[in-house]
Design a protein around this ligand. Structure first.
Ligand code: S5P
Length: 397
């Protein structure tokens, strides 16, 4: 294990959640994994909303994160987002859009917060390359903060007229896609982009246009716009007391109680940096990887960790989460050697990635997606990854 000396490779996730400077979203993920025992992330590389939602239902109980490639979902829309958020909330996993940003700051801000995908609105986690330089991280962090502030800004407009014309319309932009149903109180259906009007980048905050204002006499109409700031959801959540047993004997009731105490997902955003790829011949040299780590340390409040093939925690204070793609298991009953997909992908087993290389979460795509029984296959991966983790931290001999 290359990083065997670093304490995070032998410290249980539960304890890593309590380390100083651990962001509330990272702490939440570590606790979620501790309760549910899935250090497994599904890479749901499918091309339709119905397939995406079906896969999320099938394997949602075995994963801590569902990774999407929204740009390959042919009919990606409001329905995709709502369906995914609903399943994520019910089955307790986070959503990660594998966007692999790699452009100048100004462009990535727009790609992250606007356009048909509007990733910041629905994915807790996304990722970026650092080849454009460190400003990409700052740009995404600022955009995420502005986005969250905008969602928490509640704009309501009241139009009042004489006598029988009390409030005509009231509109809320509190459409976060998070735990609650969106609250746009109008006759048209809510749309993801509806939240963009109070702005994503914080440059303007525009009150909605009153309905048919010109049909009234100006002297008898008054329009008042109230902007409510809700900051509770942005603030770090209090650390819940979690006495999570590491034994596998806790009942579903215990688990539900612990989940209740865990509370809802903090309404925050996080970034993973692509520090090493799983593909053969990738160009990320060790100097490039080291630079990723250096940049990550400067933005600890936003950078949750890395996409890499080994743990990159080296400094005493490092507590980055390593997520490892290129993970596959040989069919049951077969021992496996090195594997690939004929298109440059290289695979390692969960045991190699978690136990030997110190990775925290394994990312599996086709290994599960192509299985006849995806739910059962996801459980097989989950068990393997979890046992490798338990062995690494000394909870299993
Ligand atoms: O280095 C990488 C980084 C990523 S995010 N190698 C990868 O394979 N990925 C992603 O992980 C890739 O885009 C795909 O979505 C997933 C691996 O899929 P699989 O079918 O090979 O398991």
């Amino acid at each position: 294990m290359p990083t065997s000396q670093h304490p995070t490779t032998t410290l249980p996730f539960r304890d890593r959640a309590l380390l100083p400077d651990t962001s509330p979203l990272t702490a939440y993920l570590l606790r979620l994994i501790t309760i549910n025992r899935p250090n497994l992330r599904l890479s749901a590389d499918v091309s339709s909303t119905s397939e995406l939602l079906a896969v999320a239902e099938e394997v949602g109980d075995s994963i801590c994160l569902l990774k999407t490639h929204a740009d390959i979902v042919n009919d990606f829309s409001d329905r995709t987002v709502r369906g995914l958020r609903e399943i994520a909330k019910r089955k307790k996993f986070l959503v990660f859009e594998d966007r692999k940003f790699g452009d100048i700051g100004s462009t990535v801000q727009k790609q992250y917060t606007a356009g048909p995908l509007s990733i910041a609105k629905w994915a807790e986690i996304t990722n970026a390359h650092i080849f454009p330089g460190p400003a990409i991280v700052k740009a995404l962090r600022d955009a995420a903060a502005d986005s969250i502030a905008a969602y928490n800004t509640h704009v309501s407009t009241e139009i009042t007229g004489p006598s029988n014309t009390s409030p005509q319309t009231s509109r809320s932009y509190d459409d976060t896609y998070d735990d609650a149903s969106p609250t746009i109180n109008e006759s048209e259906p809510a749309h993801p982009n509806a939240v963009s009007e109070p702005t994503v980048n914080g440059t303007h905050l525009q009150a909605p246009t009153p309905l048919h204002p010109t049909s009234r006499k100006p002297s008898t109409v008054s329009v008042s716009t109230t902007i409510h700031m809700q900051t509770e959801a942005i603030s770090p959540q209090p650390t819940p007391f979690l006495d999570v047993s590491h034994s596998s004997s806790s009942s579903d009731d215990d688990r539900d109680t612990i989940f209740d105490r865990l509370g809802s997902t903090p309404f925050l955003r996080a970034l993973l940096l692509l520090a090493e790829m799983s593909s053969e011949g990738h160009l990320m040299t060790s100097a490039y990887t080291a630079k990723c780590v250096e940049i990550a340390r400067q933005y600890k409040d936003f950078v949750m960790g890395f996409i890499a093939q080994r743990s990159l925690n080296q400094a005493d204070a490092d507590n980055f989460i390593t997520m490892a793609p290129g993970c596959s298991l040989p069919p049951p009953g077969h021992a496996g050697g090195a594997m690939g997909d004929g298109l440059g992908q290289r695979y390692n087993t969960p045991r190699m990635l978690v136990l030997e290389q110190g990775c925290d979460v394994v990312i599996v795509g086709r290994g599960i997606l192509r299985a006849e029984d995806r739910g059962r296959e996801a459980e097989r991966y989950r068990r393997e990854a979890w046992e490798a983790y338990e062995e690494r931290v000394g909870l299993k001999t």
